[in-house]
Design a protein around this ligand. Structure first.
Ligand code: ARG
Length: 464
């Protein structure tokens, strides 16, 4: 057994002895919650100023606390602060150091406050910052995708379903699909921000306080829209973190899909894109290789982010109100998910900005696989008056014919086509090229270059 320690200086009044080393190891959060230092100090400054304004502590005590907290912050930022496991967490580490610096007034800071509302406040502030960073990161990625879409608004490529050639689309249209997905991610993060931007501070341990505090003042000082309306809820929910994590998970899923396409497209078999050297790696044994490692890693990162999400849901489910120490397990998954998301967004933005779409390879692939078969069926509907189901059947027979002749639809002789269906005439050839197919799809949301350019302009306006 470990040597007997003295009781905790912050809460050890009724304790004769300090914790066992194992107890300290499982109990302490300072190893990770030191990341909340600046939020903790911001919260304490707002709280101290409010206590003085309400006449709960003296102005001179508040001033000493304010000065002292600034010193603590600069020590932490300079890497000169010694974090102590015996002091458990960031809240008590900061307060203990404050006491060393300013003496007695430090003991008045925790008036009308508990670590329960303190940690809820700190963590909200931290998640809010990351939420803002996610929004910025997504906007940067959208910017990079818009650049690609603009350059290749009329570059033809195969559109796929089941990863089989379906119909031709444009490179710009494909890029803009991701812009739309990321646009919804943006709105999820913005929505989460609105909901999380209420202050738990002043809920105290769980029931509020008898001191005449002003929760509206501390909420405003910390940039919150308002104080949370129920003190039990304020200290016990972590749905703001789950909002962030679920938005992050969906975004990571989108990034994973784009990554998969980049992996496929950059292969020698596809050659749709060339990734820059800056975002590729080599092989230590095969000199010819240029690997899309960043894309592969982003494809996988959803595992960590969704894992964190499931982890926090599991921590929170079944917890009775109000605070329980289980909730100390809320932080690490969110820290890891946030770090992972920001890194993924930055790497994806770099890859997309740098990558070169290979126009010729895209065009060559666009024409293969009878990509204009639907255009042919549509022509039969429009020009020969066939019901679509019959047109589909006739077109199928023409595809089989072309396949047997080893040629494209556009290369079939008119006589041969007439042999399948007599109503076909010369003008059918106008719709059999990829370019004609692309240009014709002008329905709202369609792949025609004029629609793509409209969407690019709209998004540029939205981002401004
Ligand atoms: N380190 C704790 C946490 O992260 C702070 C709150 C402690 N509250 C308590 N009642 N023990 O949850």
């Amino acid at each position: 057994m470990t040597e007997k320690k003295s009781a905790n200086a912050m809460w050890g009044g009724r304790f004769a002895a300090g914790p066992d080393a194992i107890m300290e190891a499982i109990n302490a959060s300072i190893g990770f919650d030191k990341r909340l230092a600046s939020q903790d100090i911001a919260g304490s400054r707002a709280h101290a100023a409010m206590l003085a304004a309400q006449g709960i502590i003296s102005d001179s005590d508040a001033e000493a606390i304010r000065e002292g907290l600034l010193t603590v912050l600069s020590e932490i930022e300079a890497g000169e602060f010694t974090f102590s496991t015996a002091l458990e967490d960031i809240h008590m580490n900061v307060e203990a150091r404050l006491k060393e610096i300013v003496g007695e007034p430090a003991g008045r800071l925790h008036t009308a406050r508990s670590r329960n509302d303190q940690v809820a406040t700190d963590f909200r502030l931290w998640v809010r910052d990351q939420n803002d960073a996610a929004i910025e990161g997504i906007e940067a990625l959208i910017g990079a995708l818009l650049g690609q879409a603009e350059t290749g608004a009329d570059w033809v490529m195969p559109g796929f379903t089941h990863l089989q050639t379906a119909q031709p689309v444009t490179w710009g249209h494909h890029m803009m699909a991701y812009v739309e997905m990321l646009g919804r991610d943006l709105s999820r993060f913005r929505d989460a921000r609105t909901r999380m931007n209420e202050s738990p501070l002043g809920a105290a341990a769980l029931a509020g306080t008898g001191f005449p505090i002003d929760r509206h003042a501390t909420a405003a000082a910390l940039g919150f829209d308002r104080p949370m309306a129920n003190s039990l809820d304020a200290v016990s929910d972590r749905d703001f973190a789950l909002d962030f994590l679920t938005a992050a998970s969906i975004c990571a899923m989108h990034l994973s899909r784009l990554s998969e396409e980049l992996v496929i497209w950059s292969s020698a078999q596809f050659r749709f894109v060339t990734l820059s050297d800056r975002f590729s790696t080599g092989s230590s044994i095969m000199p010819q290789k240029k690997n899309p490692d960043a894309a592969e890693l982003i494809r996988a990162k959803i595992g960590r982010i969704l894992g964190s999400t499931v982890g926090l849901f599991t921590v929170m489910k079944g917890l009775p109100l109000a605070y329980a120490k289980d909730m100390q397990e809320d932080k690490e998954p969110v820290f890891d998910a946030a770090d992972t998301l920001m890194l993924s967004l930055a790497a994806m933005t770099g890859m997309v900005s740098d990558m070169q779409a290979n126009r010729d390879a895209l065009a060559a692939a666009a024409g293969s696989g009878f990509a204009t078969a639907t255009d042919l069926a549509d022509w039969l509907v429009r020009e020969a008056g066939l019901p679509f189901r019959d047109a589909h059947h006739v077109t199928g027979a023409l595809v089989a014919l072309a396949e047997s002749q080893g040629c494209d639809l556009a290369e079939l002789a008119l006589e041969d086509m007439k042999g399948v269906f007599d109503g076909i005439s010369e003008s059918v050839y106008d719709v059999l090229t990829v370019e004609a197919s692309i240009a014709s799809r002008q329905s709202y949301g369609g792949t025609a270059p004029i629609r793509v350019r409209e969407q690019v302009a709209l998004w540029r306006e939205r981002l401004r």
